[in-house]
Design a protein around this ligand. Structure first.
Ligand code: FES
Length: 125
């Protein structure tokens, strides 16, 4: 108490703005050495997931967003954007889901806060 009020910034990195990601699409970003896909569903909800399919070295941000899932274009596995769970074969392992916060128009992703406990592979790029 008594501390001057400050603008509290969300944890993590400022990665993009809300409008940088179109409805039902995803944007690939490098955040602190991790490849992250920021995904917007058809209702405008945003999610941050690891941008690699758990079945192969495919960027999920190139896939299709349907409801609150994203589908890998290579072999059709879809993943739940909220839980990271693989919903359809051939992928069966989950992908990491990172903490994402929206502050006004700004989108923050915290790659140190993995919501579903799935380890994220570091990006080679
Ligand atoms: S690489 Fe994604 S389903 Fe096979």
């Amino acid at each position: 108490m008594g501390a001057p009020s400050e603008n509290r910034q969300p944890a993590g990195r400022l990665v993009c703005t809300v409008d940088d990601v179109s409805l039902k699409s995803a944007k690939r970003l490098e955040v602190d050495g991790f490849a992250v896909a920021v995904v917007k569903d058809s209702e405008g909800n945003l999610f941050a997931i690891g941008d690699a399919c758990s079945h192969g070295e495919i960027s999920l941000s190139e896939g299709d967003v349907e409801g609150q899932t994203i589908e890998c274009w290579a072999h059709g596995s879809s993943f739940d954007l909220r839980t990271g769970e693989a919903l359809t074969l051939p992928a069966f392992e989950p992908i990491p889901v990172f903490a994402l916060a929206v502050d006004g128009a700004d989108v923050y992703v915290d790659v140190e806060n993995i919501l579903n406990g799935v380890a994220a592979p570091e990006s080679e790029a």
